[in-house]
Design a protein around this ligand. Sequence first.
Ligand SMILES: Cc1cc2nc3c(=O)[nH]c(=O)nc-3n(C[C@H](O)[C@H](O)[C@H](O)COP(=O)(O)OP(=O)(O)OC[C@H]3O[C@@H](n4cnc5c(N)ncnc54)[C@H](O)[C@@H]3O)c2cc1C
Length: 401
Amino acid sequence: MVRIMSGSRRHDVLIIGGGNAGLSLAGRVRRDGCRDVAVIEPKTVHEYRPMLSYVASGAATLADLRRPQERVTPDGVRWYRDRVVAVDPARSVVTLGDGTELEYGDLAVCPGSQVDWDAVPGSRAAVATPYAATSYLPDQAVRTWDLLAGLTSGRAVFAVSDRHVPCYPVGLKPLFAAADHWRRTGVLDAIEIELLVESARLVDEAGADHQLRVAAERYGVRVRTHTTVTSVDAERRTLELRTPDGPDRTAYDALYLAPPHRAPEWVAASGLDGPGSEGFVAVDPHTLQHVAHPRVWGLGDVATVDAMPSGGALRRQVPVVARNIQARRKGTEMRRYDGYSVAPVTTSRRRLLLAEFDRDARPQPTVPVPDLTRPRPSLLLFDRYLQPTVYWHKLLQGKVS
Ligand SMILES: Cc1cc2nc3c(=O)[nH]c(=O)nc-3n(C[C@H](O)[C@H](O)[C@H](O)COP(=O)(O)OP(=O)(O)OC[C@H]3O[C@@H](n4cnc5c(N)ncnc54)[C@H](O)[C@@H]3O)c2cc1C
């Protein structure tokens, strides 16, 4: 049974954040025999965030991705329903919003990342208008599909940042869902579609990148890589761009944003960042141990793991942290994270491809299906219907190896 605690005490393994990383790690550490595991998480409702892309594609509702936090917290794990405001790694103490101090044996820091509206001036104002939205926030995900499905002519611009965006290639899911919808409803020819991506590729893995470009061409999408939105003018509905050919400007009737993300501010204020970590938790990307504080670990979207942040990446990171906590205590050899990550991207309302790769963009297929980067209906069914069940019943319970 999950217990909600208050007061001051020490925990053998303390985990900040009861999202994908935190609950999965808590479950795994419990399974490994640790009897005193606690998670700090302020929200009472847990969200399966990958489903937000389907909400933004008109293929799911918010109810499909939400479960009570108490129900998904692994058995035997203590839950503090509060938020962390500071960590003092020198004293091995975490401070909660209500002033409670918790000591720890080992600390796992996984509060995820947050949309950084300030990184693109004007973007926050833009998504407050009826002409722009993002799938990266629940209410906005609902608005994304309303906006895209309601467009019958004009210019649709999709801007996908790669600055700490969780699983950024999934920003293409709403694009392909909308393009397919526009084709089916006979308005595709009346809509000019522009895709702006900051990175060199639509997804790191070359085969999947090729397939996505083929799909984009089929819908007449103009793809511009190495292109950054530097500001948005919400009133005039224009974007200022930085491109390889210099500054540029583009106009929109509908704008989709996968916006840059940042780490919570208390991470840097607590000294958990490091040189060049841009405010994120500075860990060794192989062992996931903090570079300066050996009893502190970082994983998930908040950590500098030198790999694309994704839920799929956690299937590899969680066992590494669980094992390495033991290894540090026993003085045995640490396990290493190879930078595995994954991006499932729809190429229409019926097909999906799966790009699995390591930190050097080398293919790392784990699903026993040949050529996963070929879009198919079976993969879409897997991603939309099977994967959430695996998430709720296995991954969040720490059943990862
Ligand atoms: C729209 C979208 C689509 C995605 N699609 C996919 C996909 O298809 N496949 C895939 O593999 N990945 C996908 N991802 C990425 C995946 O969801 C994340 O990589 C994963 O959720 C990261 O887990 P996390 O635990 O690090 O962060 P989160 O899941 O964000 O959890 C962090 C938790 O920490 C809590 N927290 C925050 N601040 C504090 C604090 N101060 N104190 C205590 N707790 C705090 C939060 O409330 C939250 O519950 C997607 C993400 C988004 C947003």
